[in-house]
Design a protein around this ligand. Structure first.
Ligand code: DON
Length: 304
């Protein structure tokens, strides 16, 4: 497969979408990111890397971190994590409160904010050094020890995090948070603030594409069946109320973030990360989604 040529074609074909959508501005620090950027990187299981555009530029991974949190929590709790949250698609926005109230503080899945806030609570309870351990895991799975949090983004999100605070309070009311709410929210915002490039994200997600290989990074150890199940949840819940659309157009398990990044995998074949800050109304990258749709169309490779 000539992925290099395919990426060149995609780069041309997405140009008409360059001005569509706008970057997230409910987190003040993200509003100042130059919206006119695009990067993409593919890593194959054979060890090849194909990159184009601003694939070395780091951006805020935001909700893509929810995949790392799920891997960490599953390695600690195994299937007991499902005592704290479900694994069903939500069909609602990532920060919706409605369903959480109706379902009495039991989040629909780990990839909406409510699920990720509960996962932050789990990690705070089980890790002796949560801040250090979490980033050490991401550095090891990415083979890059310079990846870090952005404390400016943390403070920025904390200053405006009223909806997430409401979610955390509702969870606490329903006894689904053990730690202090402020500590849980701080750690949740920290996980979202991690900055990575497309090359680094794609490298990290190769571990999920390669589910037949042993998964053991900084003590986060999963069986191949557990990795497959994380991929299944990416397929059904990775794009909130646009999970069906992503499955329909792209057909790969993946996870998006409001920083404009999307990481996806083709099991046993490749991982891919794409980034462009302009988002659609569901909070997913416009050019990122289009690029991945073109990728699976041009390669005629899809898991379906
Ligand atoms: O909690 C928030 O709102 C952000 N830190 C993360 C949201 C996000 O990335 C949703 N993704 N599309």
């Amino acid at each position: 497969m000539n992925y290099h040529q395919i990426l060149e074609n995609i780069y041309m074909d997405i140009r008409p979408y360059a001005q569509v959508g706008k970057q997230a501005d409910y987190i003040p620090a993200l509003a100042s990111v130059d919206p006119d950027q695009f990067g993409i990187c593919i890593n194959t299981l054979q060890g090849d890397e194909y990159a184009l555009g601003q694939a070395d530029t780091r951006f805020s991974i935001q909700s893509i971190s929810k995949v790392f949190s799920l891997a960490y929590c599953m390695s600690i709790l195994g299937d007991n994590i499902w005592l704290r949250m479900d694994k069903e698609p939500s069909g609602t926005a990532f920060n919706s409160l409605i369903q959480l109230e109706l379902e009495k503080g039991y989040p629909r899945n780990p990839f909406i904010n409510a699920g990720a806030i509960v996962m932050s609570d789990i990690l705070l309870s089980h890790l002796s050094h949560p801040r250090e351990d979490y980033i050490a895991f991401i550095r090891e799975i990415s083979h890059n020890d310079t990846i870090n949090y952005n404390d400016v983004v943390v403070r920025s999100e904390e200053s405006q995090g009223y909806l997430n605070a409401a979610i955390a309070n509702l969870l606490k009311y329903y006894h689904n948070i053990d730690n202090d709410i402020a500590d849980v929210l701080h750690f949740y915002f920290l996980t979202c603030s991690v900055e990575m490039s497309c090359k680094e994200l794609s490298q990290a997600f190769l571990a999920f594409a390669n589910h037949r290989q042993s998964f053991d990074y900084h003590g986060v150890s999963l069986t191949s069946s557990q990795v497959k199940r994380i991929n299944a949840i990416m397929q059904t819940c990775g794009f909130y109320d646009e999970a069906g659309e992503f499955s329909y157009l792209v057909g790969l398990p993946g996870k998006s973030g409001v920083g404009g990044g999307i990481a996806a995998i083709y099991p046993s074949r490749y991982s891919v990360a794409v980034w462009s800050p302009r988002l659609n109304e569901k909070g997913n990258s416009v050019m990122g989604m289009k690029a991945l749709e073109l990728l699976t169309t041009e390669t005629e490779e899809s898991i379906f």
